[in-house]
Design a protein around this ligand. Structure first.
Ligand code: C5P
Length: 405
C-alpha cells in the first residue's frame, strides 16, 4: 500500500469541514497510514475526541497541559514521532497563528516544535480565504516550506459559492501519497500553463459554435503537475468539471480570450496546450438574438483565431522552455501529428486517435503517442489520469535536464 508504515499526525481545527477529517483519517488508513489525531479547541466544537480516537484506533490529543497525555507521550515527542503533520481542515485562525509562530495551545505548539514536513488543507468562507491577511499568511507559510493542499471551489456550508471549500478527501489522500511518490516535489518552483476544454465562438448572445472536448485530459494533467509541486495556471474553456485543487484557474469562453489569458500568464517554464481551440471565430456576430422569421438563414462569416500553441512555440522573448501540443487526429495519426509538431514549432506533440469508434472524446481512456524530435513513443491504452501522471513525470525530467544543461 502507498502509505505503508507512514505515521501521520492529523491536526483538526475548527470549521464545519472538520467532519470530513474523520473520513480523511479512514481513507489514509485504508492505504496503510497510521493516523493520530489532534483536535484544537475549535475542532472539538465540531467533532469529539472520542470519534477521532475510535476511528483512528489511537488516542486523540487535545490539551497542551494534560498530565495524562504528557505522561503517555510528551508534546515534543508527539510532534517528532510522525512522518508528516497534516492540518485538515486548517482554519484562517490557525494559519495566522502558524504564520506568526504563536504556540499557545497543543496544535500550534506541535506545529512550531516539529522537525517534520507539514501539509495544510485550508477551509473557510470565501471572503475569509480571499482576505489579504489570509493570502499574506498563505504566502508566508509557503515561504516557510509548508506544503498546501489548496481549497476547491463550490457551494459552502454558509450557502455562498466560491473558493475556500476544503479539498475533496480523495484529492487530499492523493496529495499525501504524492508527497512520497517518485518525483514528488520535482516541479517545485516551476510555473506551467495548461490550456484545456473547448472554446465557444459566439454567433449571437445565445448561440455559439463549440466542439465535443470534455476538458478531462487537460484537467488531469493540471492536477498531476500540481501534485509534483508545480504552480499551475489552468486556462479553461467552458466544461462541466470542477477545477482541480491547487491550480490557478482562469475561465474563458472564446479562443481569443484564451490567447489573452495565456499571454497574461507568461512567463512560464512550460506550456501544455490541451485545449480544443476553435480554428475560426465568427465576424458577423449579432448583438441581438437572430430571429428565424425576420433574418432568414444566416450567412456566417469566419476569420482565423490566433493559434495559441504556435504563438507560444515561436515567441521571441519568454518562450517557455518546453511547449507541448496535442494532436487529435482521425487517421494516419503519427504522420499527421509529426507534421503538426514541425508546423507549430512545439517541442512535443501528444497525438491521439479521436475517430468516432475510439471513444476518446468525452471518454475515460486515451491511447497516445508522444512525439518529439527523436520520433514517436506509443503508450498503451490507459485512463486519462494515468496519461496525465506519466506526462507530468516526463515534463519534470525534461525541465530538470533543461536546467542542468
Ligand atoms: O491545428 P490543431 O488544432 O489540430 O492543433 C492542435 C494543437 O494546437 C492543440 O495542442 C491545441 O491546443 C493547439 N491549438 C491552439 N490554438 C489554436 C488551435 C490549436 O493552441 N487556435
Amino acid at each position: 500500500m502507498t502509505l505503508d508504515g507512514k505515521r501521520i499526525l492529523l491536526i483538526i481545527s475548527g470549521g464545519v469541514a472538520a467532519y470530513k477529517a474523520l473520513e480523511l483519517a479512514r481513507r489514509l488508513m485504508d492505504v496503510g497510514a497510521d493516523v493520530r489525531g489532534v483536535l484544537t479547541p475549535g475542532g472539538a466544537q465540531f467533532i469529539t475526541p472520542l470519534s477521532v480516537a475510535a476511528l483512528t484506533g489511537n488516542p486523540c490529543y487535545t490539551d497542551l497541559f494534560s498530565l495524562k497525555d504528557e505522561a503517555e507521550m510528551g508534546h515534543i515527542q508527539l510532534s517528532r514521532d510522525a512522518d508528516l503533520i497534516l492540518v485538515a481542515p486548517a482554519s484562517a485562525d490557525l494559519m495566522a497563528k502558524m504564520a506568526a509562530g504563536i504556540a499557545g495551545d497543543l496544535a500550534t505548539t506541535l506545529l512550531l516544535a516539529t522537525d517534520k514536513p507539514v501539509m495544510v488543507a485550508p477551509a473557510m468562507n470565501l471572503e475569509m480565504w480571499a482576505h489579504a491577511a489570509t493570502q499574506r499568511n498563505v504566502e508566508q507559510l509557503q515561504n516557510d516550506g509548508i506544503h498546501f493542499i489548496m481549497p476547491g471551489t463550490g457551494m459552502m456550508a454558509c450557502g455562498e459559492v466560491g473558493a475556500g471549500r476544503l479539498a475533496e478527501v480523495p484529492d487530499m489522500v492523493a496529495a499525501v501519497e504524492g508527497f512520497w511518490s517518485v518525483g514528488a516535489g520535482s516541479l517545485t518552483g516551476k510555473h506551467i500553463i495548461v490550456t484545456a476544454g473547448p472554446t465557444q465562438e459566439a454567433i449571437d448572445p445565445v448561440r455559439y459554435i463549440a466542439n465535443r472536448s470534455s476538458g478531462r485530459q487537460g484537467y488531469a494533467i493540471a492536477a498531476s503537475l500540481v501534485r509534483l509541486g508545480a504552480k499551475v495556471t489552468l486556462v479553461s474553456g467552458p466544461t462541466s468539471l470542477a477545477a482541480p485543487s491547487g491550480v490557478n484557474f482562469v475561465q474563458v469562453e472564446s479562443a481569443r480570450e484564451m490567447a489573452v489569458a495565456v499571454d497574461a500568464a507568461i512567463p512560464a517554464d512550460a506550456a501544455i496546450c490541451v485545449a480544443a481551440v476553435a480554428d475560426w471565430h465568427i465576424t458577423n456576430t449579432s448583438d441581438q438574438k437572430m430571429k428565424k422569421s425576420r433574418d432568414g438563414i444566416p450567412q456566417l462569416e469566419f476569420a482565423d483565431n490566433p493559434d495559441i500553441l504556435q504563438g507560444l512555440s515561436t515567441k521571441q522573448e519568454d518562450r517557455p522552455a518546453l511547449v507541448v501540443g496535442f494532436a487529435a487526429e482521425t487517421q494516419d495519426v503519427i504522420r499527421h501529428a509529426s507534421e503538426k509538431r514541425l508546423r507549430k514549432g512545439c517541442d512535443w506533440i501528444v497525438a491521439n486517435d479521436v475517430s468516432a469508434n475510439s471513444g476518446v472524446m468525452g471518454g475515460c481512456n486515451n491511447q497516445v503517442h508522444l512525439i518529439d524530435d527523436s520520433g514517436a513513443d506509443s503508450w498503451p491504452q490507459m485512463t486519462k489520469e494515468a496519461v496525465a501522471a506519466k506526462l507530468a513525470t516526463k515534463i519534470a525530467s525534461a525541465l530538470d535536464n533543461d536546467l542542468n544543461e
